[in-house]
Design a protein around this ligand. Structure first.
Ligand SMILES: [Zn+2]
Length: 313
């Protein structure tokens, strides 16, 4: 009897939805995601990719042909990440790339360390690239200089990394972001953020998700970071679209107004010659897929007809 009650509380939240724990167990048993051997890095099945690819097509459709489209690599120039302010503000999330540049003697040292099972990575040096933290970081260096009238709109997709090791299936260290980015006049940047938020939430609702907008702040690091986070929340600069995965409210999209932050950092000027403002509307493709699997079940072919039509018509 006691065992039954314990099982019940672990499997179901108060509203009867499966808990995140129960959803995760079913998801992994189905093979839709598989563990990689380290926390926060998941191997994706064809079923999972079928969903993320369909979500990508839906996000592209939101752009209605108004955006240049780019696909960015999983690494980014270290100088770009520094200029973006990411290294200072999100120090704990940064992922570095290290390479071997040593002599024959240092190579021998590395081999000895490998044989002894000790830390061979200590022999490596930081490269001139880091792991990409946000797809939109690649866009700002492209926009340096004077923008055309009306600014620039860029749709960008890429694999990103944030060092948040966790065994939770909603917390991926390596994940895909799909963003709609605007750089240009201040008023247009805000309009882009607000319209993108509304359209993004509507898209996610039409996919059958129970999604709500919430004012949010980025997880800035350290004491200075707490002040930045307060400012961001007070300025209502960031909103997240939050949907349940199991019983856990999970941010699956965000709409961010960066004001002149990136315009100043990357020397981007509007056609009129003032510092450009920017905003981005970002979808976490892996988390949207998880929210869909949580809402509609693990058998994609049995999802509601309207949702399947919307994604795969
Ligand atoms: Zn962004």
């Amino acid at each position: 009897m006691t065992a039954h009650v314990t099982l019940g509380t672990r499997e179901q939240a108060r509203d009867g939805a499966p808990t995140l724990e129960a959803f995760s167990r079913q998801l992994l048993a189905s093979g839709i995601l598989s563990p990689s051997g380290v926390d926060g890095v998941w191997v994706r099945s064809a079923t999972f990719e079928r969903i993320t690819e369909a979500v990508q097509r839906s996000v592209t459709a939101l752009g209605r042909g108004r955006y240049e489209t780019i696909q960015v690599p999983p690494v980014i120039a270290r100088a770009t990440l520094e200029r973006a302010g990411y290294v200072r503000s999100f120090t704990d999330l940064v992922g570095s790339v290290h390479v071997f540049r040593g002599s024959d003697q240092q190579h021998a040292d590395l081999l000895r360390r490998c044989d002894a099972g000790t830390d061979w990575a200590a022999v490596l040096d930081p490269a001139d690239v880091m792991l990409s933290s946000a797809a939109c970081h690649h866009v700002y260096p492209m926009c340096a200089g004077r923008l055309p009238p009306g600014g620039r709109r860029v749709e960008v997709r890429g694999e990103c990394f944030r060092h948040e090791p966790s065994s939770q299936v909603t917390r991926h260290r390596s994940f895909r972001m799909h963003e709609l980015v605007f750089v240009g006049e201040p008023v247009d940047a805000l309009t882009h953020r607000d319209a993108g938020l509304a359209e993004g939430l509507e898209l996610l609702s039409t996919l059958g998700l129970t999604v709500e907008a919430a004012a949010a702040n980025d997880p800035f690091f350290g004491r200075a970071g707490a002040i930045l986070a307060d400012g961001q929340r007070q300025d209502a600069a960031k909103y997240e679209g939050v949907a349940p995965v199991g019983d856990l409210p999970t941010a699956i999209m965000s709409a961010n107004y960066a004001a002149e932050h990136f315009g100043a950092a990357f020397a981007i000027a509007t056609a009129g010659g003032v510092v450009a403002h920017s905003s981005c509307v970002a979808f976490g493709l892996d988390r949207v897929a998880l929210a869909l699997l949580s809402a509609h079940g693990l058998d994609v072919d049995r999802w509601p007809v309207g949702v399947r039509q919307r994604l795969w018509q």
